[in-house]
Design a protein around this ligand. Structure first.
Ligand code: FAD
Length: 436
């Protein structure tokens, strides 16, 4: 086993489907001076870049520090599936906060989807290549529950979804693994590394400053603001926004104690040509309904991109490629002989309640993190919420205040997370056996 990710000041992107199809990297120079700015953002994933773009657009002086390269972490190596919602289950949010607040929260998550789509289109971000549809599928017969879910989403949230019967589903996804489906015509999948690079470039064009290979090492109060040090420079600023995702490194110990890094895995086959149409005849991304779900899609260059698995131990199994091949051939035995071109892991940052932290921690220091497995829509909306808060004293982020900092369980946190995943997997296996 090896660590899922390690940062180093000279690291380059890990070989993934995304890096094989990426637009040119930013190649921003490391920080070597002492500089001043209004806002300093720590972490150049989708959360940090979204904050940087919104604040720069609103006229603030912004500096973003990235320990490696832009979107080197989860934002540049994920499944690419974009849809509304958060990592926390919608029903759990309703139960905790009531329907009215749950709807406000859902609407924010939908706004995040709209931001991703509209920036990609209006800013003409290259290589993002959005493909329509997302399809949620069950591994056991569950038609009634899915139809109830669709009705509830329409009645309570005004969000339209379509039920897909077993017969129709098996025309769209040629496997007998799945039984019922919910199709979201507003969902899509995309190249989130290219989105991040494109938005970072737009931010630079508006005057935002990015420094790659620049790890924030320490922060302290300095005059009326803060001083951040890096290996070869420092930044004097009024506000700090912490956007380190699951790659917390002790920079802000209190936040670190309240976040759990979770490892998860993706693989991409060689281009499949006509075989791609033989297994999947929809453009949609497909996600099963399990807690540690499988998700997959045909990429624009006709590979199967397949993701799944979770571990609280943040470790990458030595035989990861074999494990991923076993998972995808259990659904598509037709792919037994295809070549796998790249397999990789990534780290997610989770709060125990599975909702993001979007709040002022103290004295102008903000958290914009804990996006979990739903970051491609959540990153863009929390960027907007934080910019509203800093620029116009906006209060929309406060709807998330009920999800405050929650201790990660220290050394027991990863064990607890794995126990929950195993327990859920066991329950799901029973359902698969019981409702075949
Ligand atoms: C394998 C995988 C599949 C996923 N699939 C999906 C999906 O299909 N749909 C979806 O919506 N979400 C998905 N996600 C989740 C989504 O990718 C994340 O929620 C999101 O990218 C997190 O963004 P972030 O900006 O918070 O963190 P990251 O993208 O991890 O960025 C954090 C950055 O901070 C930097 N950093 C850390 N410490 C420092 C420091 N001290 N100084 C400077 N920089 C620092 C890191 O180098 C890193 O680049 C997936 C995630 C993974 C890993």
């Amino acid at each position: 086993m090896t660590q899922t990710q390690t940062n180093s000041s000279t690291a380059s992107y890990r070989d993934t489907y995304y890096t094989r199809t990426m637009v040119p990297s930013l190649d921003a120079a490391p920080l070597t001076d002492r500089i001043e700015t209004e806002v300093c953002i720590i972490g150049g994933g989708i959360a940090g870049i979204s904050c940087a773009y919104e604040l720069t657009k609103a006229g603030r002086a912004v500096v973003l520090l990235e320990a490696d390269q832009i979107a080197w972490g989860a934002s540049g190596r994920n499944g690419g599936v974009v849809g509304p919602g958060f990592a926390a289950d919608g029903a759990a949010i309703e139960k905790k906060l009531g329907m009215k607040t749950a709807k406000q929260i859902f609407d924010l998550s939908q706004e995040g989807v709209d931001i991703f789509r509209s920036y990609t289109e209006t800013l003409a971000l290259p290589g993002v290549d959005m493909r329509p549809g997302s399809l949620s599928v069950t591994r056991y017969r569950d038609a009634q529950a899915m139809q109830d879910y669709i009705r509830h989403k329409a009645d309570a949230y005004g969000y339209q979804l379509d039920y897909i019967s077993t017969e129709k589903l098996r025309e769209m996804v040629r496997t007998d693994r799945y039984f019922d489906g919910v199709y979201d015509p507003q969902g899509f999948h995309a190249h989130s590394l290219n989105y991040c690079l494109g938005l970072a470039r737009e931010t630079q064009r508006l005057g935002g400053r990015f420094f790659e290979n620049t790890r924030a090492v320490s922060m302290s109060r300095h005059g009326a603001g803060h001083l951040i040090t890096t290996p070869a420079g420092s930044i004097q600023c009024q506000n700090i926004i912490l956007c380190q995702g699951g790659m917390v490194d002790g920079f802000h110990k209190r936040l670190q104690r309240n976040l759990l890094p979770i490892g998860t895995f993706v693989t991409a086959t060689e281009p499949l040509g006509d075989l791609a149409d033989e297994i999947i005849s929809t453009t949609a991304a497909i996600v099963d309904t399990r807690m540690a779900c499988d998700y997959f899609r045909i990429t624009p260059d006709r590979r199967l991109l397949w993701g799944g698995g979770m571990t609280g131990m943040a470790l990458e199994p030595a035989n990861l490629e074999q494990q991923m091949r076993r998972a995808l051939t259990s659904v598509f035995p037709q792919l037994a002989d295809v070549k796998i071109d790249a397999t990789w892991s990534g780290l997610l940052g989770y709060a125990r309640h599975r909702m993001p932290y979007v709040c002022e921690l103290h004295d102008g220091v903000w958290a914009a993190t804990g996006l979990g497995g739903h970051g491609i829509n959540v990153g863009p909306i929390i960027g907007r919420l934080i910019a509203e808060a800093l620029v116009e004293n906006g209060q929309r982020h406060k709807v998330l205040d009920s999800y405050g900092l929650t201790w990660n369980g220290s050394m027991f946190g990863p064990l607890a997370a794995d126990t929950v995943y195993y327990w859920e997997a066991l329950k799901e296996r029973y359902f698969e056996w019981r409702y075949r």
